[in-house]
Design a protein around this ligand. Structure first.
Ligand code: ASP
Length: 349
């Protein structure tokens, strides 16, 4: 073999083995501000979910340095339009992809409004130890200093990192890694919108450099008692928001409309206006599962109480916020209506 041929052969060998060593990451796009467009770089009004995944990827060619990427569009919506149908489609697809040997992790491009709900849902129903990472942006793709490209780069880096395995679904936003159960959106527009008020972030990711500091302990993915394979539809669960001079009308309406569960975002430690409490007690008596959560944004409603849950028939959400409690109650009710069993899900998931 001539020297030049030998050199070409060795180069080919090194390049192809380096390519083979790169993790395979599959991106599922659902829409959001990260896929949003506006008339100008300084225009605050924009339309979420208007660019396809190919457009988003072409803005970040550096993704190819981190992983071999494949992608697919699941939906293209503002995540305020998220629904059961898309959740089922998404969770089934994530499950299917993660069983494949040539998929090392999945990244879900998602709007930020309901990202925490989708993350918790996936974390509870997908049976895989492989990384599941949700990412979005607070500024649309046409905006000045759009945060989407670097968030996406960081999300791919996290999904490609072996340390992201066995942590349930993760949310990567603004250089931070959050666990699905803990994370919540805390600001309407700021790029630092995501936080985990009860426990803090579990890691950081800076220009693709990933560091984990903690792992979630509540049951998720392979240890979770829920499995997407068993799910075809969900019972209706409504959230009622407590406030001064409240009344029971919305509780009555929820029951009348067929809610099987009600999560109440109570005041303080899940406290209720007397008329609301009475309406909820009546609902509970009629077989609707009532779970007390809090509108405060952090803390547990399960550790001490001014409300006589045993007498009124109420359950408590532990430290899940109302929107997360709704996800867990919906899944719990798809399995059982036994109150003790449902309460045990809130203590473990
Ligand atoms: N409304 C948008 C959404 O959730 C907001 C965002 O993505 O930041 O899709």
């Amino acid at each position: 073999m001539g020297l030049l041929k030998k050199f070409a052969f060795i180069t080919f060998f090194i390049v192809s083995s380096l390519a083979a060593a790169k993790p395979n990451i599959y991106i599922l796009a659902t829409g959001g501000t990260i896929a949003g467009s506006s008339a100008s770089a300084t225009e605050g009004n924009y339309t979420a979910g208007s660019k396809g995944i190919e457009d988003i990827l072409s803005a970040v060619p550096q993704l190819g340095d981190l992983a071999t990427i494949k992608s697919e569009q699941i939906s293209n919506i503002g995540s305020q339009e998220m629904n059961d149908e898309i959740w089922l489609k998404l969770a089934n697809r994530v499950s299917e992809l993660l069983t494949k040997n040539d998929v090392d992790g999945v990244v879900i491009v998602h709007g930020t409004d309901t990202m925490e709900e989708t993350a918790y849902f996936l974390s509870l129903v997908v049976k895989s130890k492989k990384p599941i990472v949700l990412v979005g942006a607070m500024r649309n793709a046409d905006s000045m200093s759009a945060d989407g490209p670097l968030n996406l780069y960081n999300a791919i880096a996290v999904a490609a990192d072996k340390n992201a395995r066995e942590k349930g679904a993760l949310v990567v936003m603004n250089d931070e890694i959050h666990a699905a159960r803990e994370v919540t959106k805390t600001n309407t527009t700021n790029v630092a919108a995501f936080a985990s008020p009860n426990s803090g972030k579990i890691g950081t990711v800076n220009y693709g450099v990933v560091n984990f500091y903690m792992a979630p302990l509540r049951k998720h993915t392979v240890a979770s008692e829920f499995n997407i394979k068993d799910l075809k539809a969900f019972p209706r669960v409504d959230i009622i928001y407590g406030h001064a001079q409240d009344n029971g009308d919305l509780v009555d309406a929820a029951v009348q409309k067929g809610a099987k569960g009600i999560v109440v975002a109570g005041m303080g430690n899940g406290n209720l206006y007397p008329d609301t409490e009475a309406a909820l007690a009546k609902a509970s008596e009629a077989g609707v599962i009532v779970v007390r959560s809090s509108r405060t944004g952090s803390g547990s409603t399960s550790v001490s109480s001014e409300v006589d849950d045993a007498k009124l028939g109420f359950l408590t959400a532990d430290n899940l916020n109302p929107q997360k409690a709704r996800v867990l109650l919906m899944l719990a009710l798809s399995k059982t209506s036994d109150k003790a069993k449902i309460q045990s899900f809130f203590a473990t998931h």
